[in-house]
Write a protein that binds this ligand. Structure first.
Ligand code: FE2
Length: 298
């Protein structure tokens, strides 16, 4: 494995966090408009390294939204009850209960996934900002799906190239999120099952990334769920082995911006009864995943 690298570009300092995934960006103040040259350097690092970490940011909702919008239009989450009322672009992830009600999505992201993979046009990326976090636990783990794809045994790669899988939020909800109230019929109607390529060609780098997970994919096309589940489990475990992952221990003021086209993530457990975690997320709209075989890309 290569050593991590550091470089300077557009007045910013970039330092790789692990060889497989992640770059820490120094010298940026995201509460102010970011110049075009810096934005290009940030976008390039995101596409190539799948995750950017900006520490020590003071980021009210407006500049958080404005910075995110520079990368594309934003999604408003299907769970409207967990969006900031005055800023619906901000999706609240929190265990905090106020007036007997959860103020944000809670306990739902502990399985590896790529945000909104169950939509026809899933998210390009997510910008996740920490306002409060527990002193222990509550980290987020990230996995490079570029690294996973590159390391797949040749036979498995051939099996996956051109194959499609069905991502199904309703299946996910009814299988894994049984602690939450069921989706309403209106919410279900917005998230019908969607077929996605198992190997996704990144539209900006042209690199191949594995694009599936155990939590949201109900089955491979042309196969039963019973046949599919063990393979999905094996591939998810393969993709998330330590060499391909980074675990981020949050501090208030951290903004982590990840590329959903080449990374998966999951939340780590923490003492949900005895501590508070409050995170704001913006989600940038992406385009329809596609697979372009390597030979065609050359
Ligand atoms: Fe997520």
């Amino acid at each position: 494995m290569n050593a991590t690298q550091e470089w300077k570009e557009a007045g910013l300092n970039f330092r790789q966090i692990t060889p497989a995934i992640g770059v820490e960006v120094g010298g940026a103040d995201l509460s102010k408009p970011v110049g075009e040259e810096q934005l290009q350097a940030i976008r390039k690092a995101l596409c190539e390294h799948s995750l950017l970490l900006f520490r020590g940011q003071e980021l009210p909702p407006e500049p958080h939204i404005e910075f995110s919008r520079r990368f594309g239009p934003l999604e408003n989450h299907v769970l409207k009850q967990f969006c900031l009322p005055e800023h619906p672009e901000i999706f609240i992830v929190s265990n905090i209960v106020e007036n007997g009600r959860h103020i944000g999505a809670h306990g739902g992201a502990k399985l590896w996934h790529s945000d909104l993979s169950y939509m026809e046009e899933p998210s390009l990326g997510s910008a996740f900002y920490c306002l409060e976090c527990p002193s222990e636990g509550g980290e987020t783990e990230f996995a490079s799906m570029y690294a996973a794809y590159d390391a797949l045994p040749e036979e498995r790669r051939r099996w996956l190239d051109g194959r499609r899988a069905v991502h199904d939020y309703n299946y996910h909800y009814e299988t894994f999120l049984t602690h939450r109230p069921p989706l309403t019929e209106e919410q279900k109607a917005k998230v019908p099952p969607v077929s996605q390529p198992c190997v996704r060609t990144h539209p900006e780098t042209g690199r191949q990334a594995l694009y599936l997970c155990y939590a949201l994919v109900s089955h491979f096309e042309g196969m039963s769920p019973e046949e599919s589940r063990p393979i999905l489990k094996e591939l998810t475990e393969f993709a998330t082995q330590p060499a391909f992952t980074y675990r981020h221990a949050w501090k208030p003021g951290d903004l982590v911006f990840w590329d959903n086209r080449s990374a998966m993530h999951r939340a780590c457990p923490f003492d949900e009864k005895g501590s508070r975690r409050l995170m704001y997320r913006t989600t940038i709209k992406g385009d329809r995943p596609f697979h372009r075989p390597a030979a065609a890309a050359a």
